[in-house]
Design a protein. Structure first.
Ligand SMILES: [Mg+2]
Length: 311
């Protein structure tokens, strides 16, 4: 029987984490379990497995955990298996990996179907699902991680109102294809999903070599924020239909601003800058995914309707 190395954080708390750990121990015949206390520790373990000739490694975690390991998986030419145990698990959802059924999630790995997903970089730092320059990054920056653990998605809403009243920044967006426009907020999508369940980039494919971006114009900033508030209360609200939003597909772009602007990568705050260069890595991230998307259990489908935050 094949045995996959699996890296998990033994300090994760909460019902989800303890259920996952129980599942791992029950399946220890097929999973070689490695507890990792830190990012450095996880990197060390993964390098060790790669040195031993291991080609496939499973990570248990959320979008932030996966994001931190992208470079290592690319450099060591490894395939990533995902057991989603984070708050949002956007990347897992995008790939159709079940986020509420550990058994089914593990089965998607055992089925050995591998997909190569585009990796984009902002000033060198990678992301596989989504990124944002401006408004959403600011909200994430303002959200205390402890509160996020306690309140879940609600924690972001609280910060959203804090960031609400701030003056919109001014950015210049220039695409590799020669398009140039002004904006106050830029969302970048590698896949269709942004935040938990929201298909913000409806036509985006994460293996077409293109990035889907939404640029919110400065003039429409307030309108769009109002719009986003509507969207929060009614997720069926069509985001891309707004007048003040331009949708572009591009191979790469540059964003510049006089003032420093925050950026988020796969939902994690990643600092601020006045210049952002966004490029695609020539290598794709190999990830196990189901041949067909597996829908989640009914109670999660219901959860999608009652969810009030796109992050
Ligand atoms: Mg794409």
């Amino acid at each position: 029987m094949k045995r996959y190395p699996l890296i998990f954080n033994p300090n994760s708390r909460g019902e989800k984490a303890s259920k996952a750990q129980q599942f791992f121990f029950q399946n220890a015949q097929e999973l070689a379990l490695y507890a990792s206390q830190s990012v450095e520790n996880a990197i060390e373990l993964i390098n060790h497995f790669a040195d031993q000739g291991e080609k496939e490694i499973i990570l248990s975690g959320g979008d932030g955990t996966l994001n931190q390991m992208i470079d290592l998986f690319l450099d060591r030419n490894l395939t990533m298996g995902i057991i989603p145990t984070g708050t949002m698990n956007v990347y897992a959802r995008e790939l159709g990996i079940p986020t509420t059924n550990l058994e089914k999630a593990f089965q998607t790995i055992k089925d050995e179907h591998i997909s190569e997903v585009d990796v984009f970089r902002i000033n060198g730092a990678p992301f596989v699902q989504m990124a944002g320059i401006g408004y959403d990054a600011h909200i994430i920056q303002e959200t205390c991680p402890k509160l996020k653990k306690k309140l879940g998605p609600l924690a972001y809403l609280q910060s959203a109102f804090k960031v609400f009243g701030l003056k919109p920044p001014s950015m210049l967006i220039e695409t590799e294809e020669g398009e140039s426009l002004d904006g106050a907020f830029v969302l970048l999508g590698n896949g269709a999903l942004y935040g938990g369940h929201f298909e913000v980039f409806r036509d985006a494919k994460n293996n077409d070599g293109l990035l889907d971006i939404l640029v919110v114009k400065k003039a429409g900033y307030q309108a769009v924020i109002d719009f986003a508030t509507n969207y929060l209360t009614d997720p069926s609200f069509p985001f891309e239909g707004a007048d003040h939003i331009t949708h572009i597909q591009t191979k790469g772009l540059r964003v510049t601003s006089k003032k420093e602007i925050p950026v988020e990568l796969d939902g994690e705050y990643a600092g601020g800058a006045t210049e952002f260069t966004i490029t695609r890595d020539e290598r794709g991230l190999k990830t196990f995914k189901p041949v067909e998307k597996i829908s989640n259990d009914w109670h999660e489908a219901l959860g999608a309707f009652s969810s009030i935050s796109p992050w």
